[in-house]
Design a protein around this ligand. Sequence first.
Ligand SMILES: [Zn+2]
Length: 222
Amino acid sequence: MSLKYVGKLFLNLFYPPICPLCERFVATDGMLCDSCMISLQHLEADAILPHLSVSYFDRCISCFAYEGGLRRAIHSFKYQQRLEQVRFFSAAIKSRILDLTGIDIVIPVPMHRSKLRARGYNQAALLAKRVGRDLGKDVIVNALKRIQDSAAQMGLERTERLRNVKHSFAVLKKYENVFDGKSILLVDDVVTTGATINECARVLKKSGASMVHVVTVARTLE
Ligand SMILES: [Zn+2]
């Protein structure tokens, strides 16, 4: 019996492995329980985002439907400091994008600084860092800046929301020449209409990026 194994057994006594989605006890660390495994809706195809009149990204890939236990898990990751969820989410992303090659830089969708101050962390940045580490790619957490607070989006009609997000992102001046000819992986937790990721992709392309692929943990199904 290896020391590592003994250590693991010891740890499991005090911190038994739990399902990352529902927190039921499970046999193996990092594994989902049976009912969460069944409830997860894997998305095999790239997103088709009908509300966008033009797409600036090359592909938009999501791991799961934004529903049920997965939706609750993302909610707790975003709003209840359940930061350890990042392990499960980034592992899912990594296995979902095995066919994506040639990525140069990983970038998160940014959060407006007033929101960042209130929440204390940007969940997309945590995801991007972990995904970048898992893929062995460079991560630039502050590549993009959110100029306009998306809180203003709440309560708006979809068409207004789509219009409202325009020009709410910018590439930070010090990174202006960094993306020239580069293939970018843009990371976020959830994609809904696609307005946010599309606007991020637009400014990255304008800054010289040759490709912008988007990957999210979940996508809303409408
Ligand atoms: Zn579960």
